[in-house]
Design a protein around this ligand. Structure first.
Ligand code: FCB
Length: 444
């Protein structure tokens, strides 16, 4: 298999997110985000690390773009930091922030690299958390719309591909229920309320997009789990259905049909935690998007558990694992793509994230990350198989361009195809997987 097996015009890229790579966290007028506050709260992040400096991409973006140009990708997915543009979330604009992304976009285009911009990859302006309670407030949807509109009007003449939110599952449940991400709560009611407002915000941004931009596409990127029941029993099949509804469908079929998944909604109503749905909410939520972004890493195995709140539990599988402890399961990508295409409206799909964390210990200045090479090759192959089965897949983005701030894991998990030497002024060292990807892209 090589590049020529894929259609011409297929987007091959790498992906990153603002807080994970930019650093310069309060520089040049940028306001703090909820991640600034969270990472500076002792005990929240591995070794109390922060994104203050991260990969220092804000200052080193030129080098990063040339690394991508040498790699031979034709696309780059990155996110814009809302508080870099609007330090307080609304009102006052930070021109230096706008200029930074303008320079980045121009440089990408000069190098034949198509920008795919994510508007929100979790770094909410802290001012909005403090003033209105962030995503818990219904007002956030309109504020996000205003921010999105300002971005569309600034860069919409050059950028054609847009993603509203990255993984609303994580901004709601991982942040408000599991408490692992900013702002760090353990509250089921809040968590589903936040999910509702995120879906409203997605709809609002899509609406504003149609008004602002004639020639462009906008989609939503979801964390996407391939779900399997642990046995053939009907109880485990129901458990798998509920796991699918919680992790996947809540954020896929709801924007598609304007209706929450049935079985899980019933459970939420019984528990008294279903968010209030106001008139017009579901129309806004189902504002049609152009494509789905699929962030795929692993599978989940579901087992019936009548004692648990939702009636299921997740059990471990026995496949080889990454440094995150996630099972490596390329077939799951193929199956997920096929399921997503059928079940989620036959829209164009992009793999907007896929990759693995490994140990990546440099040996004489080289990083022989053969497990990652194999991981990428197997997932490229899985993508191709899904396409051969009729899935309209348009692109694939490796997570990540370089090692970066992996949220609550700090810098301990390395996902990059480029090594970031944090001890040595954030020097970049391409790993073997980078050279493998470059050869693949050359068609060798
Ligand atoms: C995804 C996130 C991304 C990165 C990868 C490993 O859930 O979108 O920022 O953390 O996982």
């Amino acid at each position: 298999m090589n590049r020529t097996d894929f259609p011409k015009g297929f987007f091959w890229g790498t992906a990153t997110a603002s807080y994970q790579i930019e650093g310069a966290d309060l520089a040049d007028g940028k306001g703090p985000s909820i991640w600034t506050t969270f990472s500076h709260t002792p005990g929240k992040i591995h070794r109390n690390e922060t994104g203050d400096i991260a990969c220092d991409h804000y200052h080193r973006y030129k080098q990063d773009v040339s690394l991508m140009a040498n790699l031979g990708v034709n696309a780059y997915r990155f996110s814009i930091s809302w508080p870099r543009l609007f330090p307080r979330g609304r009102g006052e604009r930070n021109q230096k922030g706008f200029d930074f992304y303008a320079r980045l976009i121009d440089l990408l285009l000069e190098n034949g690299i198509e920008p795919f911009i994510t508007l929100y990859h979790w770094d909410l302006p802290d001012a909005l958390q403090n003033s209105i309670g962030g995503w818990e407030s219904r007002d956030i949807a309109a504020y996000f719309g205003d921010y999105a509109d300002a971005v569309f009007r600034s860069y919409g003449d050059k950028v054609r591909n847009w993603i509203t939110l990255n993984e609303p599952f994580c901004s709601s449940h991982v942040s408000y229920l599991f408490g692992e991400h900013a702002p760090g709560f353990n509250d089921l009611t809040k968590s589903f309320l936040v999910a509702h407002n995120l879906l409203r915000a997605n709809g609002e941004a899509v609406k504003r997009f149609r008004d602002a931009i004639e020639d462009g596409k906008i989609g939503l990127a979801n964390v996407s789990q391939w779900v399997e029941p642990v046995s053939d029993s009907s109880e485990d099949a129901r458990a798998a259905e509920l796991v699918n509804q919680f992790f996947n469908d809540w954020f896929y079929t709801t924007p598609l049909h304007g209706e929450y998944p049935n079985d899980l909604s019933k459970i939420l109503i019984d528990l008294g935690v279903m968010p209030d749905i106001h008139p017009g909410d579901m129309e806004l939520i189902s504002e049609p998007i152009d494509f789905w972004g699929i962030n795929y890493y692993t599978r989940l195995i579901a087992k019936s558990d009548p004692k648990s709140e939702f009636g299921y539990t997740i059990v471990p599988g026995d496949l080889e694992r990454t440094e995150m402890g996630w099972e490596i399961y390329p077939d799951g990508l193929q199956k997920f793509l096929e399921r997503a295409y059928r079940k989620y409206g036959e829209k164009p799909l992009f793999v907007t994230e896929n990759g693995m964390a490994d140990k990546d210990i440099p040996e004489e200045g080289k990083i022989h990350d053969i497990r990652r090479e194999r991981y990428l090759r197997d997932h490229f192959e899985a993508s191709l198989k899904a396409m051969n089965a009729g899935v309209d897949l348009r692109g694939y983005f490796v997570w990540s361009l370089m090692d970066n701030f992996e949220w609550s894991h700090g810098y301990s998990k390395r996902f990059g195809i480029i090594y970031t030497d944090y001890e040595n002024k954030q020097e970049r060292i391409p790993k073997d997987s980078y050279y493998w990807y470059a050869d693949f892209l050359k068609g060798e």
